[in-house]
Design a binder for this molecule. Structure first.
Ligand code: 13P
Length: 255
């Protein structure tokens, strides 16, 4: 059984007081929702404060990035252990914005994934093609490359370790553009990722990995996306910054 996961990636938005306001509203608006896992991923600067605000609430904390070393002379970086310390249950890894602006490689994504799992933090690994790649018919090839490199990389992932893994399919052309992948387009890729997982891991582990969709998710399209059999949730950008919109997404209606 895969419990739906709706995660809000705040990206580089919200000062601490704005984050507090958003989370307080969200707590109210999602009261009574217990069949969906709700996650917020604020900037590092808000994590400590929000940890206390979310104590006793079902809303969980995620970070947007981490570094794979445990500690040491890595100016500006934050380790998996530090994220655990500040109350993160999840971490987003390999977002296309990190790949694009910070030159994050497949190898880095793999190392971050292993570091997160090693520290007991659940990774949400992002994969997805650019518009150019989609238009040249390379979508599945790119997604396969991202998934295989992230999960097996140089040091393969232990079978049991994938139970806490979430994969986010985020087509780059759909991020922040207002143009989402249609439910059918997304389902085709999600189904393909599921098959890949069955190839890479044992069935009883692979079947439990959640594959969530990200890219212009909003209240008006969440219901049809969630109606697809292999869409297990959403990674929401823009729409998660408004409590009402994010709460509506969390409270998606099953078809
Ligand atoms: P948008 O929802 O703004 O398209 O962003 C998606 C995203 O990048 C989530 O990680």
């Amino acid at each position: 059984m895969r419990i739906p996961l709706i995660a809000g990636n705040w990206k580089m938005n919200n000062l601490i007081h704005q984050g507090v306001e958003l989370v307080l509203k969200l707590r109210e608006l999602t009261k009574g929702v217990n069949e969906v896992e709700i996650v917020v991923a604020p900037p590092f600067t808000s994590l400590y404060h929000l940890k206390f605000l979310l104590a006793g609430s079902p809303i969980k904390l995620a970070a947007q990035n981490l570094f794979w070393e445990k500690s040491g002379a890595y100016t500006g970086e934050v380790s998996a252990g530090m994220l655990k310390d500040v109350g993160c249950e999840y971490v987003i890894i390999g977002h296309s914005e990190r790949r694009q602006y910070f030159h994050e490689t497949e190898d880095a994504v793999n190392k971050k994934l292993l570091a997160a799992i090693g520290a007991g933090i659940k990774p949400i690994v992002c994969v997805g093609e650019t518009l150019e790649e989609r238009e040249s018919g390379k979508t599945l090839e790119i997604v396969k490359f991202h998934v295989e490199k992230a999960l097996t990389g140089k040091t393969g992932l232990a079978q049991g370790a994938i139970k806490d893994l979430t994969i986010a399919y985020e087509p780059v052309w759909a991020i922040g553009t207002g143009v989402n992948a249609t439910p059918e387009e997304a389902e085709e890729v999600h189904n393909y990722i599921r098959e890949l997982l069955f190839e890479l891991f044992e069935t009883n582990h692979a079947k439990d990995v959640r594959i969530i969709y990200g890219g212009s998710v909003k209240p008006s399209n969440i219901d049809s996306l969630m109606a697809q059999p292999n869409i297990d949730g959403a990674l929401v950008g823009g729409a998660c910054l408004k409590a009402e919109d994010f709460a509506r997404i969390v409270k998606f209606q099953r078809a």
